[in-house]
Write a protein that binds this ligand. Structure first.
Ligand code: GAL
Ligand code: ZN
Length: 686
C-alpha cells in the first residue's frame, strides 16, 4: 500500500529535478512514473538517442530510496517520424486524417509503426535492463483515449480482411453468419471487405460488431508486441497498462490476459460529469464512489490481481466541462478507497502543474511555481496512513506478508461484446449499458458487498450469487454455462434485453430470451422502449416502484416459473415484469424492465438473502464500507460527518467511530457488524 507520482523531468530545467525528487521522497512517495510521451527527447533525430536526462532522473530516484516506473513513449510519435511515414496516422470513418499535433496519432495496424515501436522499445528497455531501481513498465498510455481504438485507414482494411479470413475461413460462412442477403450485401471474396466507413444509412450490425471486435483485438496485439520486448529485456520487470475509467471500445479482459496487473487512471470529479446526465452537489466535489468502485473492481477482476491507480486526480483538472475544486481531503480519501478495493499503489498525476502545452489548467501536487498545492497535503497524509496501516495490520495478509485481494462472494457479469452490440441498435436514446450495470452494482455496494466484475463466460463456481445485466448476445454455450451454475445451487439475477441476439448480432431463430428460455422459464411476448410519458409502475412484494426506459412483457412458460412482479398502468398493465424460476438446486430471477434504485435494492437484497450473503443495511449513496486484508475502510464521500456504530471490541487502525466529512476510518470489525448513525434508511443526499 503505497503512493506514487507521475513526473516529467523533460519539462523542467535540470537544477529543478533534484529538488523535485528530494521533495517526493520527503513526502513519502515510493514510485515515480516517467518517460511517457517523451519520444522526441529520447530520440531527437532518427537513430540519435539521448537517454542521459532520464538516466539522471532515475539515479536520483534511486539515491532517494524510491523506485521508478518507466513508460514506452509510443503514444506520441515525434514529428520527424510522422513526416517520414505519414501512413502511420489514423483515419476517421469519413476519411479525415487524424493529424500530428495531439497524441495517439498512430494506427495499431501500421506495419511501419509496429517496426518503429519495436525499435524504440528495444533500445530503451535494453538500456535500462540492468538498472535495479526500475521496477517495471507501463505500455504506451491510455489506449483508446480521444476515441482512437477504431481507425479506418487502408492498413486497417487489410488487417480486417485477414482477421475475417481467420475467423470465417470461407466467404460464404461469413455471408451466412452476418446475414448479407439484406440490402444486397452479399460478398464474393474477403478482398471486397472494407472498414465500415462513412456511408448513407446505418451500417450492417454484424459487420459493425466484427469491426469493433477486430479493433479491440488490434490493440491487444499491438500491446503484446510491447510486453514481449519488455519481458525479453528483463523478465523481473512487471508490465502493466493504464486504462481509463470504463472506456468501452477496448476489451480490458483481453488486454489484461497479457499484463502482470492492470492499472487505471482515476479522475472522479471529471468522470462523474462526462459519464452521467445528472450529478449531485456532493459528487461534483468528491465523485461517485460506485462509479469509481466499479472501475476498481473491473480492473482488479480483469487481471485477477491487485491493481494500481497509475494516475490519481491531484486537484482540479482541465478536461471536464467544469472544474470545481475537490473537497478538502478528497485526494486522500480516493487513495484509501482505491487501496480498500485492491490497489497496491496509488500514483498521483502529476507532481507539478505544467507551464506549457495542452494541460496548463491541470493541477499537480505542486503548483507551477513549485509551491505546494491542495493535493500535496492529502498525498502526504495518505502516504503516512498507508504506511501506518501496513505496519499495524496483523490481518489476513498473504503468507509472504503481501496484501491479499478482497474476498468476493458475488459477481457481476460484464461483457464488452454486449455493450458494443447493444450500442449498435440501441432502440432508445435512454439506454446506457454502463448506467444499467451500475444500477445493480450500486445495490450491491450500498450493502457493502465485495464484488468481482467478470465476463459471462468466467468460472462462476466460487460465487454465492451472480448478477447478469443485459446478456444481449447469448449462445447455447452461454446458456449451458449459466444453467449449470444455477442447477448446482447458484443464485442468478438476469435483467432486461437478454437473450436477444446470436453472437453475430442477428436475432435468434426463436423468440427472446432465445437460448436462455429454460433458465428464465418464461417468454418475452413484446418489448417497448418507454419515453417518460408512457412509463408504468411495477408492483413487487406488495409495493409499487418506478421503472423506466424499456418494458418487456413476460409470460411464464415453465411450471417451475412464477411471477414476482407485474406492471401497473399504461399498455403493460397486468403483464408480468419479474419472474422467478427454480432450476435444480438454485434460482433464476429475470426482470424485464429498468427498475428504480429502490426496486433494484429490494431485488438484490432478496437475491443476497437467498444466497446467504451477509450484508450491512443499505447505506446512503456517498458512504461506503469496503473490506480487504482483514480491514474495513469506512469511506465518507459526504460533506458532513457521520457516526458509526461498531462492536465494543473493534480495533480502530485509523480514525475512530466519528468519521469527518470527506474522511476515512479503518477498523477490523466486519461490515455486517457496522452501521451508520444507528441504522440507515438508504436515503440519497442529492
Ligand atoms: C489522462 C492522461 C494523462 C493526462 C491526464 C489529465 O487521461 O493519461 O496524460 O492527460 O489524463 O487528466
Ligand atoms: Zn488504421
Amino acid at each position: 500500500m503505497s503512493i506514487g507520482v507521475c513526473y516529467f523531468p523533460e519539462h523542467w530545467p535540470s537544477e529543478r529535478i533534484e529538488d523535485d525528487i528530494e521533495q517526493m521522497a520527503a513526502v513519502g512517495i515510493e514510485y515515480i512514473r516517467m518517460g511517457e510521451f517523451a519520444w522526441s527527447r529520447l530520440e531527437p533525430e532518427p537513430d540519435e538517442f539521448d537517454f542521459e536526462w532520464l538516466e539522471r532522473a532515475i539515479s536520483l530516484v534511486d539515491s532517494h530510496g524510491m523506485r521508478a516506473v518507466l513508460c514506452t513513449p509510443t503514444a506520441t510519435p515525434p514529428k520527424w517520424l510522422v513526416d517520414e511515414h505519414p501512413e502511420i496516422l489514423q483515419e476517421e470513418a469519413d476519411g479525415i486524417i487524424r493529424h500530428y499535433g495531439g497524441r495517439r496519432h498512430y494506427c495499431f495496424n501500421s506495419e511501419v509503426y509496429r517496426r518503429e515501436s519495436r525499435r524504440i522499445i528495444r533500445k530503451l528497455s535494453g538500456w535500462f535492463a540492468d538498472v535495479p531501481v526500475v521496477a517495471g513498465w507501463q505500455t504506451d498510455n491510455e489506449f483508446g483515449c480521444h476515441g482512437t481504438i477504431r481507425c479506418y485507414c487502408s492498413d486497417c482494411a487489410s488487417a480486417f480482411r485477414q482477421w475475417l479470413r481467420e475467423k470465417y475461413g470461407d466467404i460464404d460462412r461469413l455471408n451466412e453468419a452476418w446475414g448479407t442477403a439484406f440490402w444486397s450485401q452479399d460478398l464474393n471474396s474477403f478482398a471486397q471487405i472494407d472498414p465500415p466507413r462513412h456511408t448513407t444509412a446505418a451500417h450492417h450490425p454484424a459487420r459493425l460488431l466484427d469491426y469493433y471486435r477486430f479493433s479491440s483485438d488490434s490493440v491487444v496485439k499491438y500491446n503484446r508486441l510491447q510486453t514481449e520486448l519488455l519481458r525479453e529485456a528483463n523478465s523481473d520487470w512487471f508490465v502493466t497498462h493504464n486504462f481509463m475509467s470504463h472506456f468501452e471500445a477496448l476489451d480490458a479482459y483481453d488486454l489484461c490476459a497479457n499484463l502482470d496487473f492492470a492499472s487505471w487512471d482515476s479522475y472522479p470529479t471529471g468522470h462523474v460529469q462526462v459519464q452521467r446526465k445528472q450529478v449531485s452537489r456532493a459528487e461534483l466535489r468528491t465523485g461517485d464512489p460506485d462509479q469509481i468502485g466499479l472501475d476498481h473492481d473491473i480492473y482488479r477482476s480483469a487481471a485477477n490481481a491487485p491493481f494500481w491507480v497509475m494516475e490519481q486526480q491531484p486537484g482540479d483538472i482541465n478536461w471536464p466541462p467544469y472544474s470545481p475544486q475537490p473537497a478538502d481531503g478528497a485526494m486522500r480519501l480516493w487513495a484509501h478507497y482505491a487501496t480498500a478495493h485492491g490497489a497496491d499503489v496509488v500514483s498521483y498525476f502529476r507532481w507539478r502543474q505544467c507551464q506549457m502545452g495542452q494541460e496548463q489548467y491541470h493541477s499537480g501536487l505542486l503548483a507551477q511555481d513549485g509551491s505546494p498545492d491542495a493535493g500535496l497535503q492529502d498525498a502526504m497524509q495518505a502516504a503516512a496512513d498507508l504506511t501506518k496501516l501496513g505496519e499495524s495490520n496483523d490481518g489476513s495478509s498473504g503468507d509472504d506478508g503481501s496484501l491479499t485481494l478482497p474476498v468476493t462472494e458475488v459477481a457481476v457479469l460484464h461483457s464488452y461484446d454486449n455493450a458494443w452490440a447493444i450500442g449498435i441498435e440501441c432502440n432508445t436514446p435512454d439506454f446506457d449499458y454502463w448506467q444499467h450495470l451500475n444500477t445493480y452494482y450500486r445495490a450491491l455496494r450500498e450493502r457493502s458487498v465485495s464484488v468481482d466484475v467478470i465476463p459471462p463466460t468466467a468460472d462462476l463456481a466460487g460465487y454465492d450469487a451472480v448478477i447478469a445485466p443485459t446478456l444481449y448476445l447469448a449462445s447455447t454455450d452461454l446458456a449451458t454455462h449459466l444453467n449449470a451454475y444455477v442447477d448446482e445451487g447458484g443464485e442468478l439475477l438476469m435483467t432486461m434485453r437478454s437473450g436477444v441476439k446470436d453472437p453475430y448480432n442477428k436475432l435468434h431463430n426463436a423468440p427472446q430470451p432465445g437460448p436462455l428460455r429454460d433458465l428464465v422459464g418464461a417468454d418475452i411476448d413484446q418489448h417497448e422502449s418507454i419515453p417518460a410519458k408512457l412509463e408504468s409502475e411495477v408492483a413487487y412484494d406488495g409495493q409499487q416502484f418506478n421503472c423506466s426506459v424499456w418494458n418487456e412483457w413476460l409470460s411464464p412458460a415453465a411450471e417451475s416459473c412464477d411471477v414476482l412482479g407485474r406492471y401497473e398502468g399504461e399498455r403493460a398493465d397486468g403483464k408480468a415484469a419479474i419472474v422467478h424460476n427454480t432450476v435444480g438446486d438454485g434460482n433464476a430471477v429475470y426482470i424485464g424492465t429498468w427498475p428504480d434504485s429502490d426496486l433494484a435494492s429490494r431485488l438484490v437484497g432478496d437475491l443476497l438473502d437467498r444466497a446467504g450473503v451477509e450484508t450491512t443495511k443499505p447505506l446512503p449513496k456517498q458512504i461506503r464500507f469496503m473490506r480487504r486484508n482483514g480491514l474495513t475502510w469506512i469511506a465518507n464521500f459526504r460533506d458532513e460527518p457521520l457516526t458509526v456504530a461498531a462492536p465494543a471490541d473493534a480495533t480502530w487502525f485509523l480514525g475512530d467511530a466519528e468519521v469527518g466529512a470527506c474522511d476515512v476510518a479503518v477498523t477490523d470489525a466486519t461490515p455486517p457488524t457496522l452501521s451508520v448513525n444507528g441504522g440507515c434508511d438508504g436515503a440519497d443526499d442529492d
